[in-house]
Design a binder for this molecule. Structure first.
Ligand code: AMX
Length: 434
């Protein structure tokens, strides 16, 4: 066993009595109520999920294992010669809640390498799909196709004790995280780069190897590390995390669960928004004949979008009520590496204008930008101009959070999820009763 796995086992075993005690002795303590608006309106704000891996404060934004984004970047061991940490060390941190040493991180790097071989039939499945299939469909299909590899499914079929569920779930999750960059880069090069593949470089870490397989020079390795970490987790209620958790709650393995989560991430109100932002920004640039719009012109573009009944992509959030710190983190990167890039200037101009327009429009509870408003600009700058690929990058990052979560779900024996539904007639009756 690696030191990560040993530490994880120790943490899970130490944690179990807390859940047992809460459940047995305090199961009846009320922590929320539900109103009709919440039942109709997507269960917004209803406290009914538990996770210790990240927490989203509406004002402050995300904390991973108690640390803000800048604290997380500062604490984790950095890749030599780079500004950003090893994604592998972040995986250790998400799973255990402890910041790994460099030696512990390098052990995970080795472990990922040993697991990174993608079975040939996965590539064959991808090659059989029409080339114009959306890359998210390809990624989700590749993950699902690999389900036959599941150690959890095999162990379950043999008869496994409940206390052991976390072990093969961790194994499957780590296999997936190690293989996803290879699959994602394969899809990219197959679809957009003349099907000329670049073999992995076993000397490199996950972020470095991804940049290498994509065929994009430095500092894209740091972009990849930053991007995967920023997109990893946003507590449990968002569509991709919740879907993965829900499917896994039926004791479906990590392949079934994560493939389902990716399908949710592919929706335009969730992960696809980063693609939509780029297409919106490009639309503006095209209409302006390449020149930057004035704030007044931009205001008109935003109103045109709203008046035609569309959402402004990259703005608004179900939980956040301030600028997303994941947006800020990427903005700081842009200020450092691409301050004069016209598209970055346009995104900044949108940041100046859109909150005012959205506030005047008066619908959204949060007129501030989310992670997706900024991420495409960086990718575009480094030559990744095929923006329907952006959600795939989000998906590779999101794997870290949701797979760490389902490993813990099995460690703590969380139940199959089964909320109760009611009929409209019942709601109308309760409405009359007040
Ligand atoms: N542009 C226009 N209208 C918006 C809006 C936006 N950016 N954000 C919210 N609204 C509208 C909603 O559509 C809703 O209208 P309705 O009453 O006619 O249905 C109203 O404002 C109230 O919505 P809300 O309570 O503020 O947001 P929500 O929790 O229902 O939805 C979200 C959150 C993200 C889906 C929404 O803000 C949105 O559609 N944003 C644009 C798409 C986007 O950027 N998604 C990415 C989110 C981050 C991520 O998951 N990657």
């Amino acid at each position: 066993k690696t030191s990560l796995k040993l530490k994880l086992q120790e943490k899970i075993e130490a944690f179990r009595p807390r859940i047992t005690k809460l459940n047995k002795e305090f199961g009846n303590v009320q922590i929320d109520t539900v109103n009709i608006g919440q039942a109709i309106g997507g269960a917004r704000d209803v406290r009914c999920l538990v996770t210790d891996i990240s927490y989203l404060d509406p004002q402050e934004g995300i904390r991973f294992r108690g640390k803000t984004i800048p604290e997380t970047f500062a604490a984790l061991p950095k890749v030599p010669g780079s500004d950003y940490p090893f994604v592998e060390g972040f995986w250790y941190f998400l799973l255990t809640g402890e910041v790994p040493t460099l030696a512990q991180t390098l052990e995970v790097v080795q472990d990922f390498r040993a697991r990174s071989q993608v079975p040939q039939y996965v590539f064959d499945v991808l090659r059989a799909m029409p080339r114009d299939t959306h890359p998210m469909t390809m990624l989700s299909t590749a993950v699902l196709a690999m389900q036959r590899e599941s150690k959890f499914a095999h162990r379950y079929a043999e008869g496994m004790k409940k206390n052991d569920y976390w072990d093969p779930m961790y194994e499957d999750s780590t296999d997936l995280v190690a293989r996803l960059p290879v699959i994602a880069a394969y899809i990219y090069r197959m679809k957009y780069k003349g099907d000329i593949q670049i073999a992995p470089n076993p000397e490199l870490d996950m972020g470095g190897n991804f940049a290498h397989m994509m065929g994009i020079a430095r500092p894209y390795d740091d972009v990849a590390r930053m991007y995967f970490i920023l997109h990893s987790d946003h507590e449990s209620g968002n569509v991709s995390a919740h879907t993965t958790h829900l499917v896994a709650s039926a004791l479906s393995d990590a392949y079934y669960s994560f493939s389902a989560g990716l399908n949710g991430l592919a929706g335009p109100l969730h992960g696809l928004a980063n693609q939509e932002v780029l297409s919106w920004v490009q639309g503006v640039m095209k209409k302006m004949g390449g020149k930057l719009p004035s704030d007044e012109e931009l205001e008109k573009f935003l109103w045109d979008t709203l008046n035609s009944g569309q959402v402004v992509p990259g703005y608004g959030h179900a939980v956040l009520r301030k600028t997303d710190p994941r947006y800020t983190s990427q903005m700081e990167f842009c200020q450092k590496y691409l301050p004069d890039y016209p598209m970055f200037k346009l995104v900044n101009a949108i940041y100046r204008v859109a909150p005012k327009v959205l506030t005047a429009h008066g619908k959204t509870k949060n007129p501030w930008p989310n992670v997706d408003a900024q991420s495409g600009v960086i990718q575009y700058y480094y030559g990744l101009t095929e923006y329907d690929f952006y959600t795939v990058l989000f998906g590779v990052g999101r794997a870290l959070g949701v797979l760490a979560n389902i490993t813990w779900d099995r460690g703590l024996g969380y139940a199959i999820e089964r909320p109760k539904s009611v009929t409209t007639e019942m709601l109308e009756k309760w409405a009359l009763e007040g």
